[in-house]
Write a protein that binds this ligand. Structure first.
Ligand SMILES: Nc1ncnc2c1ncn2[C@@H]1O[C@H](COP(=O)(O)OP(=O)(O)OP(=O)(O)O)[C@@H](O)[C@H]1O
Ligand SMILES: [Mg+2]
Length: 352
């Protein structure tokens, strides 16, 4: 997480490939209350694989959400993901935790496939090294042009980017606040959006392994378009369980399943790699966030494949929501898609 000031009074703003999502929370008692929620769809080519291509469309979407919801706060927390983000657990040979900071510039370059002047580096000390001297550290490197791509659009929209997080960590933040998982429970979070799936394997508040895979809802839509000769909009409707012309969701089911199997294979590969390189322990539970969590049959397929509990994540589970302002069906419908935005909004309450 890269901070540019004191994170106070922040709105969470998630610029995804299919839509911009905004969440504002307020502290209430021991918990939180939802103050504002907004979503604006972007169309197909404004954001491609997490990179903002058409800044005018994105700026307009951000302004629309803030105006319609009368959001006054200008400070925002945003997140990036995809190929420009590297997250890696490394061991740093430093005598004290404080000296890790001095060692990072020497240790980091060997783990980062980009020139050091092109990236912003951040890290979190996880604890004493499990093997050898020094400390285990979670190293995060994000290409500067990726950060600028997002912060420029936010500035153009009159917002002040105070925090640039990564999707996988914002997701974890939302998860922990809402589910308070037991410290020894090994959990995989999947955020399946339109173009990307963020995978975060975590335990006791520590991200153990993260990976972003280029597979998501667009792949389902593409497949339906090709196989059933449909427009993008019709394929989207069909995918979400609506009949389109004479084509029924039943006819879509085998095509959806074939894409789900590709997705499953990526999850399986990630879990295998994690087990081989990081930990012999098994993943005990999966939570699925993102709009594509709702793909018909996906959760059941994950359950079958891995034989562990799989649930759709609800980022409002422990957030008070006023049903007059936010009708229950709207919340229910949008919940999994808002997970990253909720995690970002929660940064407002981090102790600086
Ligand atoms: N009910 C539903 N059934 C199936 N798919 C759905 C449903 N609702 C939304 N989706 C899909 O979810 C995707 C959008 O999810 P989300 O908002 O999490 O993605 P994003 O953040 O815009 O994209 P990314 O994170 O990949 O850049 C779209 O592909 C959309 O078609
Ligand atoms: Mg997303």
């Amino acid at each position: 997480m890269f901070g540019f000031g004191k994170p106070k009074g922040l709105v969470g703003l998630d610029i995804g490939s299919s839509s911009v999502k905004v969440i504002e929370l307020r502290k209430k008692g021991d918990g939180y209350e939802l103050v504002n929620m907004g979503v604006e769809n972007l169309g197909q080519d404004a954001v491609v694989d997490g990179a903002i291509m058409d800044s005018f469309t994105v700026t307009t979407a951000i302004e629309t959400i803030f105006n319609q919801n009368k959001i006054k706060i200008k400070n925002v927390a945003t997140a990036v993901s995809g190929h420009s983000v590297i997250v890696k657990k490394i061991s740093v040979n430093a005598p004290t935790e404080l000296e890790v900071a001095n060692a990072i510039p020497y240790e980091a370059p060997q783990f980062i496939p980009f020139a050091m002047e092109d990236v912003n580096i951040s890290y979190q000390v996880l604890g004493p090294a499990t093997a050898g001297p020094g400390f285990d550290v979670m190293l995060v490197a994000v290409k500067r042009d990726k950060i600028l791509n997002h912060t420029n659009v936010l500035s153009q929209s009159g917002k002040t980017p105070m925090v640039v997080d990564i999707d996988a960590f914002a997701l974890q933040n939302a998860f922990e606040v809402n589910y308070e998982p037991a410290p020894d429970r090994m959990i995989a979070l999947l955020n399946i959006g339109a173009s990307l799936m963020n995978i975060n394997i975590m335990r006791g508040g520590v991200p153990l392994f993260t990976r972003d895979v280029s597979v998501g809802g667009n792949q389902y839509t593409d497949t339906l378009q090709k196989e059933l000769d449909l427009s993008f909009d019709d394929a989207e409707k069909l995918k979400q369980g609506h009949e389109v012309g004479s084509v029924t969701p039943d006819q879509a089911a085998p095509h959806l399943r074939s894409v789900s199997e590709i997705l499953l294979l990526e999850v399986q590969k990630t879990f295998d790699f994690f087990k081989q390189t990081t930990s012999a322990e098994s993943i005990q539970q999966i939570y699925v966030a993102g709009g594509s969590a709702r793909i018909e049959g996906l959760v059941d397929l994950l359950k079958e494949e891995f034989g562990i509990p799989v649930e759709i994540m609800n980022p409002f589970q422990r957030v008070e929501v006023n049903p007059t302002k936010f009708p229950a069906d709207r919340i229910e419908n949008l919940a999994p898609r808002m997970s990253v935005a909720v995690g970002l909004a929660l940064r407002s309450f981090d102790t600086p």
